[in-house]
Design a protein around this ligand. Structure first.
Ligand code: SF4
Length: 368
């Protein structure tokens, strides 16, 4: 797998999807020496079940551990520090990680209780937990989700779990963006496996999951977060820490140069995803017939962007989406399945960022 590659797999058998995507990425070859110390960094920001959209699914962690052990890597450590105010051990339990740790014999290190050292992160002093600093290879396992202060959170911000609590508080007083970018010049980002199963609409603590049933793999954390922006209807330039990380040489935010690798098709079209109140409200602007999860989730994120701009109002005709519209005509739709509609956005699935632009021009403006 190259730095510019983005691997995507769809489905609901998360453990086996994980193993498949890691095989395709050639992770074992990327790591090399079987004796390397490998850190696994999930997102356990709060003590909540992953189905609520905040934390990394246990099946993904289990898939990574099973794959690595099968390949002969046995020096593994799971590490995380929840946000200030939550206990990491409780979050570890709530996410269902205890069984995995026990069954596979992989130790867990709580970064809230770890020792730390200060280091020079491209001109900024940052305290890093010792366990994280000692690793030879880091596998970042973030959740794709919204964030009330930074718009999105994924690979770059997930590394905030590798600093002590006092440093987390300092990051907040510094406005998050600059310290997050600098942090990523010193912590390792060797491989990133993104939980895009049901990340939250706009809060890092979950509560409004948007079901997309995807797992994504990257080698570049900046490319990862730029892609996540577009998947949620934002532009990477809107998120300061992404652009700053690029300037500091952490990676590239140029998604136009990315090489997309789809491992399978999204076969979820017949199943309606579960929806909480806010997601249901956004879905009321759609007419969905057999829509794939990733396509429908992208539309929900796009509608949320329009909602933020005050552009959603009663009287708008529903936006058609889904395989049930193939070959049919209508007013407005998104995705290749609605290609015969008067107005249709091409893509299978289209990006949420493109949906926002299209719907603003062809839907909101036409019904003002
Ligand atoms: S456009 Fe593609 S992704 Fe969207 S519903 Fe149709 S087949 Fe699924």
């Amino acid at each position: 797998m190259e730095k510019k590659d983005i691997l995507i797999i769809h489905g609901t058998d998360y453990k086996n999807m994980t193993i498949r995507i890691l095989k395709r990425a050639g992770l074992a070859e990327l790591i090399g020496d079987r004796n390397k110390r490998i850190g696994l960094k999930p997102n356990l920001v709060v003590a909540r079940d992953p189905s609520e959209g905040a934390t990394t699914h246990a099946e993904i962690l289990e898939g990574v551990v099973a794959y690595l052990q099968e390949c002969g890597f046995n020096n593994l450590t799971i590490m995380e520090g929840s946000w200030v105010g939550d206990n990491t051990r409780d979050a570890f339990r709530a996410a269902g990680y205890e069984r995995i740790s026990r069954q596979y014999g992989v130790p867990f290190k709580d970064m809230q209780a770890d020792t730390w050292k200060s280091c020079d992160a491209a001109g900024m002093d940052i305290r890093i937990c010792d366990t994280a600093a000692q690793m030879d290879f880091m596998i970042n396992l973030p959740v794709l989700k919204g964030h009330c202060q930074t718009l999105i959170t994924c690979a770059l911000k997930n590394n905030k779990g590798l600093i002590p609590n006092a440093e987390k508080r300092r990051f907040h007083t510094l406005g998050l963006h600059r310290p997050i970018a600098h942090l990523n010049t010193v912590v390792r980002n060797d491989f990133i496996l993104v939980d895009n199963i049901c990340g939250d609409l706009d809060f890092e603590e979950g509560g409004n999951p948007v079901v997309m049933n995807r797992i994504l793999a990257f080698r570049d954390p900046v490319l990862c977060d730029a892609f996540v922006c577009e998947s949620m209807g934002h532009k990477p330039e809107e998120v300061d820490y992404i652009m700053l990380a690029q300037q500091l040489g952490v990676g590239s935010a140029d998604t136009a140069k990315a090489h997309m690798v789809y491992l399978n098709e999204d076969l979820s079209a017949k199943k309606k995803p579960p929806m909480t109140g806010r997601v249901k409200k956004l879905a009321s602007y759609t007419d969905s017939q057999d829509a794939c999860s990733a396509c429908f989730g992208s539309l929900i994120y796009a509608l949320d962007r329009l909602q933020e701009r005050g552009e959603l109002k009663k009287g708008l005709p529903p936006v058609a989406i889904g395989q049930g519209f193939r070959g049919k005509t209508g007013d407005i739709g998104v995705g290749h399945c609605t290609a015969c509609f008067s107005k249709s956005l091409e893509g299978c699935p289209p990006k949420a960022a493109d949906m926002v632009e299209f719907l603003e021009k062809e839907w909101v403006c036409k019904h003002m």
